[in-house]
Design a protein around this ligand. Structure first.
Ligand code: TPP
Ligand code: MG
Length: 372
């Protein structure tokens, strides 16, 4: 397939265009739908919590559920993940306890990141999920390095990096793509082309006709896939993973999708995005398309979805309650984990801070939303 064609299994309304990818049974398809649907509900709750002033920041992935779950379903449990801040879906697909995710949103004492990362910047070692890197594109080189390390050690792991259309403008995109291609390392580069880098449209980001074609110059396959078609994304990713595992080297996959929401809870796309554009993409909502396809195969009923929704909302509510009622980390933990022996200067700062808290009762809560 050339890099300007687009792989599709479903057509836009959700009718079959190609055949169902090999190896996917009814249960697999239901699990994929479940994870996409769960992600939408989780994101809605995350945004609401931010609007209610209960968490400081949230990044939704509205519209990108198929682009992510198609990849998530193609990966092995032992693979190494370098997601972006816009990916929570794969944690949901992998059955991560929701308290892990909401503890992170609150940055409370039970948070695996100990309250030191922005919300949505998860680190989940149990599933090979490395800490989210905020500077755009940096996870691309991390993934290429981890893939090379796995190759040297002879481990059958594949490394996956997620980044956006904007991420392809970073230095790290060049360095990571080049490095992985030269060494033929087992790395899959998932470029989620959601058409926006905050308010910068895709056409102001790159002069290439497609993002997939950038792969050609590095010497690796570039696949362009309908990112709102979960089966097409799965097919492309499964093939890329087989290639990576068998020594065939890296692949760049461009999933053509759309950010059907704000960049983050601090953004308002109505300031820069035409309403018509959003409406046109709403017609291609990946969950609606997959639902229609599943219905055609008699794998979906309204009753099943209603039951799923009830069960998921209850699970979310319980995790929110648990995270919100867990206290913040002790202030002195701020000084832990960097040095085995805390240097004198930091010991002094810690003493000053604790003294201030003793005298004033607490530290000042600066509150407010994050800027990005
Ligand atoms: C090096 C760097 N520059 C700028 C930013 C601010 N920033 C945060 S997200 C973002 C847009 C990224 O767009 P894209 O890569 O398309 O990913 P998307 O947010 O659309 O998923 C920018 C510019 C940053 N985090 N890091
Ligand atoms: Mg983008």
């Amino acid at each position: 397939m050339s890099t300007d064609e687009m792989l599709q299994v479903m057509d836009a309304p959700g009718k079959a265009k190609g055949k169902t990818p090999d190896g996917l049974k009814g249960d697999d398809l239901k699990k994929m739908f479940r994870a996409m649907f769960f992600t939408r509900l989780f994101d809605q709750r995350g945004m609401n919590l931010q609007r209610q002033g209960r968490i400081g920041f949230y990044v939704p992935s509205y519209g990108q559920e198929a682009s992510q779950i198609g990849a998530g379903y193609a990966m092995a449990d032992h693979d190494i993940l370098f997601p972006s801040y816009r990916v929570v879906s794969i944690a949901l697909l992998r059955g991560v306890d929701l308290r892990v995710l909401f503890n992170q949103a609150w940055g409370n004492a039970a948070d695996l990141c100990k309250g030191r990362q922005m919300p949505n910047h998860y680190a989940i070692p149990d599933i090979g999920w490395t800490s989210i890197s905020s500077p755009i594109g940096t996870q691309i080189t991390h993934a290429a390095g981890a893939a090379r390390a796995a190759q040297i050690r002879g481990e059958p792991k594949v490394s996956w990096a997620w980044f956006g259309d904007g991420g392809t403008s970073s230095n790290d995109f060049h360095a990571g793509m080049n490095f992985a291609a030269v060494w033929k390392s087992p790395c899959i580069f998932m470029c989620e082309n959601n058409h926006w880098a905050i308010s910068v449209p895709q056409e102001k980001q790159s002069a290439s006709a497609t993002f997939a074609e950038k792969a050609v110059a590095y010497g690796m396959p570039g696949i362009r896939v309908d990112g709102n078609d979960v089966l097409a994304v799965y097919e492309a990713c499964k093939e890329a993973r087989e290639r990576a595992e068998s020594g065939g080297g890296p692949t760049l996959i461009e999933t053509v999708t759309f950010r059907m929401g704000p960049h983050s809870s601090s953004d308002d796309p109505s300031k820069y995005q035409a309403k018509e554009l959003f409406e046109a993409w709403q017609e291609k909502d990946p969950i609606d398309r997959f639902r229609a396809w599943m219905k055609g195969k008699r794998l979906w009923t309204q009753k099943w979805e209603d039951e799923l929704k009830e069960e998921m909302l209850a699970e979310i509510a319980a995790a929110v309650e648990s995270a919100e009622s867990t206290p913040a980390p002790e202030v002195e933990t701020l000084f832990d984990d960097v040095y085995a022996d805390v240097p004198v200067m930091l010991q002094e700062q810690r003493a000053t801070l604790l003294d201030q808290i003793r005298r004033s009762g607490d530290i000042e809560d600066t509150g407010g939303a994050f800027p990005l």
